[in-house]
Design a protein around this ligand. Structure first.
Ligand SMILES: Cc1cc2nc3c(=O)[nH]c(=O)nc-3n(C[C@H](O)[C@H](O)[C@H](O)COP(=O)(O)OP(=O)(O)OC[C@H]3O[C@@H](n4cnc5c(N)ncnc54)[C@H](O)[C@@H]3O)c2cc1C
Length: 235
């Protein structure tokens, strides 16, 4: 089992010259010059960032769909990936519970709220042990893994490779970095964003909860980070 209860996230693929590529897509829309000349002549980072911000803020999102990134993610729960795979513009490849049979105690994630309560944690761990015994009893009796997995919990650990374009990543960050999102997917998406921002610091301003981009909170229950729209309008 992983020592840490945190998602392990690596950015394994991203295009070279990300900024220049998006700039070329943006500039092509407003220039008589050829896209390749625009690309070759793109040097001034400040100028590129300014145009990209203007174009993206106006909702001209196709320009950021040219960038595809891939993340290798492990040590996350099935509950987390079940939420993640709801995003429809992402390509996923996930560890199969049909083809990969669990041997001995399966790995699982303990939610921090349970982790910090010793009594409940003990019950949780003991229950995972019981599930593991039952799973093994089934597979030893010849039940195929694809059926024995019916007893595995949401907490079971999994791994997944996810490829998506920058538009979708920004969308996912806007939704899942919000404090209303469940803690584990929030941690996982934050780790994905951090990985990319390490290499492309200019993206920090985009990979934020939705309230940071629009300036207000549209959730029923606000965390208070930004005012609700009604409060802004009342002012
Ligand atoms: C805090 C939170 C709580 C949630 N709770 C629940 C819940 O209780 N139950 C539940 O079932 N789900 C829940 N969800 C999941 C949610 O309903 C979405 O399925 C999920 O967030 C994917 O979001 P999306 O559809 O915006 O994005 P994606 O699937 O990533 O798509 C991106 C965007 O593409 C466009 N798009 C994609 N597909 C279509 C389409 N078919 N038609 C039109 N436009 C499309 C939309 O503009 C969409 O926003 C929750 C999500 C969050 C963030």
């Amino acid at each position: 089992m992983e020592e840490s209860n945190k998602p392990v996230v690596h950015l394994i693929s991203k295009p070279e010259n990300m900024l220049k590529t998006i700039y070329t897509a943006c500039r092509t829309c407003y220039s008589a010059d050829s896209p390749y000349n625009i690309y070759e002549g793109a040097e001034d980072e400040e100028k590129m960032l300014k145009l990209i911000e203007r174009v993206v803020s106006s909702g001209h999102y196709s320009t950021i769909e040219h960038i595809q990134v891939t993340f290798a993610i492990s040590n996350v729960s099935r509950a987390c990936t079940h939420q993640f795979v709801r995003h429809r513009h992402v390509s996923f490849s996930q560890k199969s519970q049909r083809y990969v049979k669990e041997k001995g105690q399966f790995d699982y994630l303990i939610p921090p709220t349970i982790e910090k309560n010793p009594e409940l944690k003990e019950k949780f761990v003991s229950f995972m042990g019981e599930i593991s015994k039952l799973y093994t009893e089934f597979t030893d009796a010849g039940i195929p893994a694809e059926d024995a997995r019916a007893v595995l919990p949401n907490a079971a650990s999994t791994s997944i490779v996810a490829s998506l374009n920058l538009r979708e990543l920004i969308h996912i960050a806007n939704l899942r970095l919000c404090t209303r999102a469940q803690y584990e997917i929030r941690l996982m998406v934050k780790a994905m964003c951090d990985e990319l921002v390490k290499q492309e610091p200019w993206l920090k301003a985009y990979l934020v909860p939705k309230c940071e981009r629009c300036g207000y909170c549209d959730e029923d229950k606000s965390c208070g980070r930004k005012p609700k729209l009604e409060e802004l309008l009342a002012k």
